[in-house]
Design a binder for this molecule. Structure first.
Ligand SMILES: [Zn+2]
Length: 242
């Protein structure tokens, strides 16, 4: 077991190996550290979820694409990015999309003290409410990193943790739309086989920067366009799965 694992190991999970502990704390569909929302049971039901925004370089175009298809999506917003671009956060809400808490500064909560976890959740919650008038009901941990006490802290302030079950790998700078769509299709096929819907992790910004136009974010927009154009799919939000 590594020293790192020892330092972050809460008493409740002593006995898990370091590898299993990392899996439980980082793997998006693991339920070992507590239940998280993944998707519904209808394979044609898809949630498009966009993390790390808002970004003036990409969010406005994304909103136009979603509006053209009358599709509702979910935006897990970073509090500090909302402070920089409050009008964009309001535009997301006014367009009828669901917003969620993605912490104030995007740390990996797997490695954060419980005090820091609570602060990150509270600050983001207050920032989103003060900016948009909406109190978020959903929370996605940055990088998917969580522990049992992280999920408990979120639930204590009324947040339902939402992970994902399709990873688009759209944060990798070299990925074009074809490659990203291949990852998505692989995930959609796996979920269809399991008889469940899909919750796709996408990004309309980088957690490090919201201003720079990026090749990979442009690819995300193109992937969104192609998914929305497919017949037979219904686009939903985690609210449908409670
Ligand atoms: Zn993120």
């Amino acid at each position: 077991m590594s020293n790192l694992a020892v330092t972050v190991l809460p008493a409740a999970v002593v006995g898990l190996s370091a590898g299993l502990y990392a899996y439980a704390g980082m793997w998006p569909t693991s339920q070992i550290f507590g239940a998280t929302v993944q998707s519904g049971s209808d394979p044609n039901e898809i949630a498009l979820t966009y993390d790390d925004g808002p970004s003036p370089a990409h969010t406005p175009e994304l909103l136009d694409i979603l509006a053209a298809h009358n599709a509702r999506a979910t935006f897990f917003l970073v509090g500090n990015h909302v402070l920089r671009h409050p009008q964009l956060a309001r535009r997301i809400v006014e367009a009828g999309h669901l917003i969620g808490n993605h912490t104030q500064t995007h740390p990996n909560l797997f490695f954060s003290s419980l005090d820091r976890v609570r602060l990150e959740l509270d600050l983001c919650q207050n920032t989103l409410f003060d900016t948009t008038g909406v109190t978020p009901a959903f929370f996605r941990p940055p990088f998917g990193g969580r522990r049992p006490d992280v999920l408990k802290a979120a639930r204590e302030i009324g947040l339902t943790p939402v992970l994902w079950n399709v990873t688009a790998h759209d944060w990798v700078a070299t990925q074009g739309p074809d490659k990203i769509l291949a990852y998505v299709d692989h995930g959609l096929a796996a979920n269809r086989k399991q008889g469940r819907g899909s919750n796709i992790l996408l990004h309309d910004a980088s957690h490090l920067d919201t201003l720079v136009e990026s090749h990979s974010r442009k690819a995300t927009l193109e992937v969104t366009r192609r998914l929305l154009a497919r017949p037979g799919l219904r686009f939903t939000t985690p609210e449908a799965w409670l």
